[in-house]
Design a protein. Sequence first.
Length: 68
Amino acid sequence: MDEMTLRVKEATDRATIQELENSLLSLEGIERALIDTEDGEVKITYNSEQISRREVEEIIQQNGLQVQ
C-alpha cells in the first residue's frame, strides 16, 4: 500500500469532510482516508496499481474542492 497526503482548503467542516471521505472510500484501490479538520490535511492509503494520485486529485476536484 502507498500513502499520500494532500491539503484541501475547504475540508474543515463536518459535512464536507463526510462527503469527501465517502467519495474517496467508494473508489476501488482506496483503503483509508483520514481528514484533519484543523487544516484540511487528507491522508490516504491506497493501492497505486488500482488508482493513481492524479485520479484521486480529480475525484476531489469533481466534488467541488480545491487540492492545494
